[in-house]
Design a protein around this ligand. Structure first.
Ligand code: 2P0
Length: 315
């Protein structure tokens, strides 16, 4: 009746931004991510027949309010899907700055989906587990797997799941931590604004489908420069779209890190940037270049280096 799981955060190379079904958390498009080894969530779920409600502790703090509601509503869906009759004590530790555009919800709901089903003795296959994690947070569907991962948009609960593409363990991501404070507009609210802008939404869907096909090709060809440049322009397009819907995540410091990346690239080193729903900038490169370039980023911000991570597992 108890189980502990660990799941890593992932960053999208082809972004998920916008939903076609809010209740079932179905995305507007498919997306592709890389699982990172440096940021993760460890979660223990213990079912207890004596409980009359779920109890949630994150980083040793009892959680109430909106964050608690999100988790307990998620647990209600999970209990309904798998006929689990008990409330649970959920204890979670985040080894990732919360709500700072590093998608801690990706590792959080991947770990929770895994721990909550294992604790009840269920052994879901990865595909079903991915769909289940998606109900908590879209990006969590991808954190079930390590390496490079494709989330198929699908058209209903069971057809919207992620799959592992390849591991590629020579990749590195230099995360420039520009702002670790919680963001002003959360990504769920920000992405749902896209539904009020049909032309932008159309542009985003079509461009993402093209970028996704190009990225799949680049991955098959093992062409890092092609992967990096597609990821970089797709992230820039997403931030343009976000800006047009009245939200702004990037700061002057983000732009400085992006400029430095272009400068280093012009010197012949393969580096590319990507940004999510926050000011932090992630630099995609290969392991062999990290030591040469890390100090240059450290002049601009706090830096954490991460490599290709594994999928969700038991502790
Ligand atoms: C991504 N992001 O693909 C994109 C790029 C942020 C920017 O997935 O509403 O927390 O919980 O499904 O997964 C962040 O959104 O959103 C995200 P919900 P989620 O990584």
């Amino acid at each position: 009746m108890t189980h502990t799981a660990i799941a890593n955060v992932n960053i999208a190379l082809i972004k998920y931004w916008g939903k076609k079904d809010i209740e079932w958390n179905l995305p507007l498009t498919s997306s592709i991510s890389l699982t990172l080894d440096a940021f993760y969530t460890k979660t223990t779920v213990t079912y207890d027949p004596t409980l009359t409600a779920d109890i949630l502790l994150i980083d040793d703090e009892i959680i109430t309010g909106g964050e608690y509601l999100r988790v307990t509503k998620y647990m209600d869906k999970l209990r309904k899907l798998y006929s689990i009759p008990f409330y649970a004590k959920i204890t979670s530790y985040n080894f990732v700055p919360k709500k700072a555009g590093l998608a801690s919800s990706s590792s959080a709901f991947a770990a929770l989906a895994y721990a909550a089903t294992k604790a009840y003795g269920l052994n879901l296959d990865s595909k079903e587990l991915s769909s289940l994690a998606r109900l908590g947070s879209g990006s969590a569907s991808r954190s079930i797997y390590g390496g490079l991962v494709l989330w198929h948009e699908g058209h209903d609960h069971m057809s919207s799941y992620a799959e592992h593409l390849t591991h590629m363990d020579d990749l590195a991501v230099i995360v420039c931590l520009i702002d670790e404070t919680p963001k002003k507009v959360n990504s769920t609210d920000a992405m749902n604004r896209l539904n009020e802008y049909p032309d932008l939404k159309e542009l985003w869907i079509l461009s993402t489908q093209d970028a996704l096909n190009d990225m799949k090709e680049a991955i098959i060809e093992n062409d890092f420069d092609k992967m990096g440049s597609i990821a970089e322009s797709h992230a820039s397009l997403m931030h343009y779209i976000i800006q047009e819907t009245g939200v702004s995540y990037l700061t002057d410091q983000s732009f400085k890190v992006m400029d430095l990346t272009e400068k280093i690239r012009n010197e012949g080193i393969p580096v590319y940037y990507t940004m999510d729903a926050g000011a932090n900038v992630k630099i995609l490169t290969k392991k062999e270049y990290v030591e040469t370039i890390k100090a240059r980023y450290e002049k601009l911000s706090k830096v954490i280096v991460s490599y290709t991570g594994m999928g969700v597992s038991s502790l």
